[in-house]
Design a protein around this ligand. Structure first.
Ligand SMILES: [Zn+2]
Length: 414
């Protein structure tokens, strides 16, 4: 039994969920500051779980707090078709990043309920834990854990700036569920997300068909030196870890400018030091940075220069450098048939489309290591994101959500 081709999501019903979400964990005017595993994250999770239960979905939580909501199919022995994204935000986040994907998946399920349509394969809707990496580094910990990229123990031991671990915080908010032995087989994974860049908005294109991601490399480097008096201590004896970190970060920023002509990006993201006070030289610093480029070869050159810059910065400041953590994602990760399905579905619905590379990290990158995956991008005004002025209208989101509905149905009813 197939759904009539005229079936569409209900944008007003979807919008009420966006508006309710926008009340939880408010930050600067118009924005959200809903950090992973905070009280606000717990409140949003509770509201989301309530909506899922109202829709008759079976909810389970895994050991890293990922929430799975399942709608049974005509044949529940088949692996599910999965939709997901994240409900956590950055410190100065918007109302749509990640949220539109999770609540968009809920809207797909509500649309099927309203039409009385049961798919052949079961459907699952997922909220991944700590996608942003704003409170706990690195990003995409929940999906990485699910896909076997990170171990549960390692993920649970990630700690925030106050020394609270993900494990403790999961237990505190009541979202530490059952450990999984191995990731269960999935039929497919779809993630609807705002572009977080200016291309679709500038070109007036309704749907972005995501073919892959910028090849990205990030790292956290720890520098160690020695404390000393800032006055009498001779320059040639100084081992200023803060200066080493600062040198690395300005070198990384320079790298971004060197590659800017071909669209490369480099970010000096974070520098912390101890004691980081006047009158004393800091003996410890931690610097976080990343580089990314559409061309994997250029990305590899940038990554190599970033690494070299860490060692040069340490040598110049007479400090030691240790790479504490490094991550890499992007490239042509998505399944060609799935990408093709998104492209054909959008064209069939009469929407304007273009192929596009994601410049941000996404849970779909890790899911793609486990199951055929695809992403659907919607425009956002001016590409503004990770900012309280992030803005999408109903008209920006509706086409991509209808593509999500039809593509999920095609996959789940085959
Ligand atoms: Zn996101």
């Amino acid at each position: 039994m197939s759904l009539p081709t005229s079936a569409r999501i209900d944008i007003e019903r979807f919008w009420t969920t966006i508006e309710r979400s926008a009340e939880i964990g408010t930050g600067r005017p118009g924005g959200l500051s809903r950090l992973a595993l905070s009280d606000a994250d717990k409140q949003m999770r509770d509201v989301f779980v309530g909506w899922c239960k109202e829709a008759g979905l079976a909810v389970r939580v895994d050991a890293i707090g990922n929430i799975f909501a399942r709608r049974s199919g005509l044949d529940d022995s088949l692996p599910p078709v999965v939709m997901g994204s994240h409900l956590d935000t950055q410190f100065n986040g918007g109302r749509f990043d990640g949220i539109a994907g999770v609540l968009g998946g809920l809207e797909v399920i509500r649309t099927l309920d309203a039409l009385g349509h049961r798919t052949r394969r079961p459907l699952e809707l997922v909220n991944w834990t700590n996608e942003e990496g704003g409170r706990f580094s690195p990003p995409m910990v929940g999906s990485g854990c699910f896909a076997g990229v990170y171990t549960l123990d390692w993920a649970r031991s990630r700690s925030d700036d106050d020394g609270k671990s993900m494990g403790e915080e999961l237990e505190r908010i009541g979202y530490a569920g059952e450990a999984q032995a191995a990731p269960p087989p999935l039929d497919a994974y779809f993630e609807f997300h705002i572009e977080q860049g200016p291309i679709l908005d500038r070109e007036g294109v309704q749907v972005g068909v995501v073919t892959g991601g910028y090849a990205s490399t990030g790292m956290i480097v720890e520098f160690r030196g020695e404390t000393a008096h800032t006055g009498p201590w001779p320059m040639e004896k100084r081992r200023n870890a803060l200066a080493a970190g600062a040198r690395l970060l300005t070198a990384v920023d320079d790298l971004g400018w060197q590659f800017a002509g071909s669209g490369g990006k480099a970010t000096a993201a974070r520098l912390v030091a101890w004691p980081n006070k006047a009158g004393i030289i800091s003996d410890w610093a931690q610097a976080t940075c990343d580089v990314r480029h559409a061309d994997p070869e250029a990305a590899a050159v940038m990554a190599e220069r970033m690494l070299r810059a860490a060692h040069e910065a340490a040598a110049r400041a007479n400090c030691s450098a240790e790479i504490l953590d490094a991550w890499r994602w992007g490239g042509k990760v998505f399944d060609e048939a799935m990408v093709g399905l998104v492209r054909e579905t959008a064209a069939g619905l009469g929407y304007s489309t273009r192929d596009i590379l994601s410049q941000a990290g996404h849970d779909a990158y890790f899911l793609a290591r486990h199951t055929p995956s695809a992403m659907i991008f919607a425009p956002c005004k001016g590409g503004i994101t990770h900012n309280n002025n992030e803005l999408c209208t109903r008209e920006d989101l509706e086409p991509g959500l209808n593509v999500l509905l039809r593509a999920v149905l095609t996959r789940a009813d085959r």
